[in-house]
Write a protein that binds this ligand. Structure first.
Ligand code: AGP
Length: 585
């Protein structure tokens, strides 16, 4: 979370910082700020709200500066809590969490220092100001005292024209261009300006000054950087006639799914690992967790290999049992989600073969993993994940088919789904007519069994995220064990039925909730179910292989969430309180 940009060089820093921050707003957009060093004085502009609200910042004078777009962790999104934080000779922007905040703050307060914000980040400026001498040494000393995670960009009034950087646990890229030196939380923010890009490794520092971006290890010995390649990217790719990125990205799903299908070359090192695999663990967060859940069903069905899906933030503290020949799939669109990275590290330590399933080739996850499988979703701008979910499914289903082949088992071919998706996408527009029943509701339920339940979870997450309506995904058979008490005529229920084996069982739950007054919106590929008693509205989607059906059945749920968000006057691309990339624990 939070986006950091740093610049020093021949040009005015402020416009470069602002352009970079706009590209990083997906990491947080509740407040923003820049600090520019003009001679030995800081000029600072900070505001609550988005980068576009930083009035006056563009005209700040100075050739070195740092900027920040925030996703609040400590203290409300307000001007005083916005970064950069200035204390003494130092200005600091921070991404991460200082976990020993209380002890360090108490120490500063005991020295009579006053805190100007409620953030944990301000502590870093206070601790730096106490250190005399070389700011790089000061930064190293301060970082040694910080518990938790950080990416830091720092200015020191004593060293004009210099930006200092540090990284542990939160991503930070530095780069060199013809007009100066750059730092950013993510490469696209500076890729148009910087020709050479390096990802700092955990525990590394960088000093940007003169013509050189120098990188140092924890002992402050110079090291060669970890060079990465990232194509230059616009801050705002064309909407191509769509009103929102979320809608545009949904429209790309058929192409993205087809592109992300992968052929695993027999005899590759990866296939040899697949051959030996006896257990599969999948860890991820949010939507990526749901794609992992969907994959578990397909893997167990076709490969008969035990597969378990974990919420990454839980896995890391579970003391997980990793048996020999365990393949660990870390699924993450961004490849930067802190909990997923931690889970992957732990699995690697315990002997699993870690595979990154990610959309970003240079992401931190790929550095932890032994193998990287790249989804081909393209850049996803909307905070709500849509096309990346289907891209993950395409890849995970391809993996399922390859794994089954290795074991001499038959698996359905996931590429058969690709032509179905366009039709399903078009039919999903029908959910727009359902929005009046959801927009004013107290909340909604999404029910299903097996893989349908995994999709129900994703549908409820999507609805919550963009419409701010409570939504719950529930196993259809479990409602009667308590939750049925919440069902009445103000709780629309979306029921999913894509499994021939389980559809009638789901219809039992449909009858039960309808009997309690709920309006049931059935999404199915079985035409005969649509006319059943208790079904208020139905959407018929094309039939498809049951084990892969989530790639199809999720489409109307994404559309429903989008249209309900619009009906409630929300911005579906930047939902309140959220950020696209969750780089804090
Ligand atoms: C989904 O719509 C969310 N924005 C969120 O749940 C997301 O999927 C999650 O934070 C994981 O992100 P990742 O795929 O980049 O790891």
């Amino acid at each position: 979370m939070c986006g950091i940009v740093g610049y020093c060089g021949r040009r005015a820093a402020a416009p470069i910082l602002l352009a970079g921050l706009k590209k990083l707003e997906y990491r947080g957009y509740d407040s923003a700020g820049v600090a520019v060093l003009n001679g030995t004085a800081f000029a600072v502009v900070r505001r609550a709200g988005r980068v576009s609200g930083l009035d006056g910042a563009a005209s700040l004078m100075g050739n070195a500066g740092i900027g920040h777009t925030r996703w609040a962790t400590h203290g409300a999104p307000s001007e005083r809590n916005a970064h950069p934080h200035v204390w003494g000779d130092y200005a600091v922007v921070h991404n991460g969490i200082v976990e020993n905040e209380h002890a360090l703050k108490a120490e500063c307060l005991a020295r009579g220092e006053e805190f100007l914000s409620e953030t944990d980040s301000e502590i870093v400026a206070h601790l730096l100001a106490r250190e005399a001498g070389d700011p790089l040494v000061a930064l190293r000393n301060v970082c040694a005292r910080l518990e938790g995670s950080y990416a830091l960009a720092v200015l020191c009034a004593r060293t004009p024209g210099t930006v200092y950087c540090a990284r542990r646990g939160s991503p930070l890229i530095v780069g060199r261009g013809k007009d100066g030196l750059y730092a950013a939380s993510d490469a696209p923010a500076i890729a148009t300006e910087a020709e050479e890009l390096y990802a700092l490794r955990d525990g590394e520092f960088a000093v940007l000054a003169g013509e050189e971006a120098r990188i140092f290890n924890g002992e402050l010995a110079a090291v060669s950087g970890d060079r990465i390649v990232c194509a230059a990217a616009d801050d705002a790719p064309a909407l191509d006639g769509f009103n929102h990125y979320m809608r545009k990205e949904m429209s790309e799903i058929p192409a993205v799914f087809a592109r992300s299908l992968t052929d695993f070359a027999e005899n590759s090192e990866f296939c040899k690992v697949l051959c030996q695999t006896e257990y599969i663990q999948i860890a991820a967060c949010g939507t990526a967790y749901h794609s992992g859940l969907c994959a578990k069903f397909a893997i167990e069905r076709f490969c008969r290999i035990p597969a378990e899906t974990y919420i990454a933030s839980e896995y890391r503290y579970l003391d997980p049992i990793v048996k020999e020949n365990t393949l660990f799939l870390a699924v993450s669109q961004s490849g930067e989600t802190a909990d997923t990275l931690a889970a992957a590290r732990l699995a690697a330590e315990r002997g699993a073969v870690v595979v990154a399933v990610t959309n970003v080739a240079y992401s931190s996850l790929t550095r932890i993993a032994r193998f990287t499988l790249l989804t081909q979703a393209g850049r996803e701008i909307a905070v709500a994940a849509t096309k990346s979910f289907n891209a993950q499914l395409a890849l995970l289903y391809s993996l399922t088919a390859a794994l089954a082949r290795q074991r001499g088992r038959l698996a359905a071919d996931p590429s058969a789904l690709a032509p179905i998706l366009s039709d399903a996408l078009a039919r999903s527009e029908e959910t727009r007519a359902w929005t009046p029943f959801f927009a004013g509701a107290r909340g909604a339920y999404f029910i299903g069994r097996g893989a349908d339940h995994a999709v129900a979870l994703e549908g409820s997450l999507k609805l919550k995220e963009v419409s701010y309506l409570p939504g719950e995904g529930y196993p259809a058979g479990e409602l009667k064990h308590g939750t049925l008490a919440l069902i009445d005529d103000k709780t629309p229920v979306v029921a999913l039925a894509f499994s021939e084996r389980l559809a009638e069982k789901t219809m039992n739950a449909v009858r039960e909730v309808a009997a309690r007054g709920a309006k049931v919106f059935l999404i199915t590929c079985f035409e005969e179910l649509c006319a059943r008693k208790g079904v208020f509205r139905s959407l018929l989607l094309p039939p498809c292989e049951e084990a892969y059906s989530p790639a199809v059945s999720v489409l109307p749920l994404q559309a429903l969430a989008y249209y309900v968000a619009l009906a409630r006057g929300n911005d579906p691309d930047k939902p309140r309180h959220l950020a696209k990339s969750v780089t804090v624990e």
